[in-house]
Design a protein around this ligand. Structure first.
Ligand code: PRP
Ligand code: MN
Ligand code: MG
Length: 179
């Protein structure tokens, strides 16, 4: 597994430091409110867990599973809802937690959906962003790290479902996905 990684791009320590900062910032932003924090499965599961441990306001959690990539390295442009939310969002301050924004398709679909369900506010916190790959106009409200256009895995990000459990972000060796 570690042999498949060409280079560690962002270390575990750097990630954890950034998440502490994001948690503190979001705690201030949501002071006096009780946001509904939505984890976009599967990729955001580790970030969500670490982020909410650093938030000091009362929060409710829910999970939504969407997928646009399948086992391919390129987005298909189709966003499938695999698991919907359990709770209603109308009148709620919703904080969407994502691992990465690439084309922006996943989040633009999700934000439209939550708005149509009358969320009071929608806010996006993503740990990683690849602005070079954007095909729709979408910016996160809070971003941890901006990444180059390389095939990265780890800390929730997969290739064909593997490598999500790496505690760091690494660049995958091209020979792993080129055949
Ligand atoms: C990945 C990632 C984001 C999305 C970003 O999820 O976790 O959710 O793609 O790409 P986009 O901005 O081009 O939409 P994926 O669809 O691979 O599902 P996963 O989270 O289960 O890996
Ligand atoms: Mn995802
Ligand atoms: Mg994926």
């Amino acid at each position: 597994m570690q042999n498949d990684i060409q280079e560690v791009l962002i270390s575990e320590e750097e990630i954890q430091k950034k998440i502490k900062e994001l948690g503190a910032e979001l705690s201030k932003v949501y002071e006096g409110r009780n946001p509904l924090v939505i984890c976009v499965l599967k990729g955001a599961f580790i970030f969500m867990a670490d982020l909410v441990k650093n938030m000091t306001v009362p929060i409710e959690l829910d999970f939504m599973a969407v997928s646009s990539y399948g086992a391919s390295t390129k987005s298909s442009g189709v966003v499938k809802i695999i698991k919907d939310l359990d709770v209603p969002v109308d009148g709620r301050d919703v904080l969407i937690v994502e691992d990465i924004i690439d084309s922006g398709l996943t989040l633009s679909h999700l934000i439209e959906l939550l708005k149509s369900r009358n969320a009071k506010s929608t806010c996006v916190c993503t740990l990683f962003d690849k602005p070079a790959r954007r095909t729709v106009n979408l910016e996160a409200d809070y971003t941890g790290f901006t990444l180059p256009d390389a095939f990265v895995v780890g800390y929730g990000l997969d290739y064909a479902e593997y490598y999500r459990n790496l505690p760091y972000i690494g660049i995958l060796k091209p020979e792993i996905y080129s055949h």
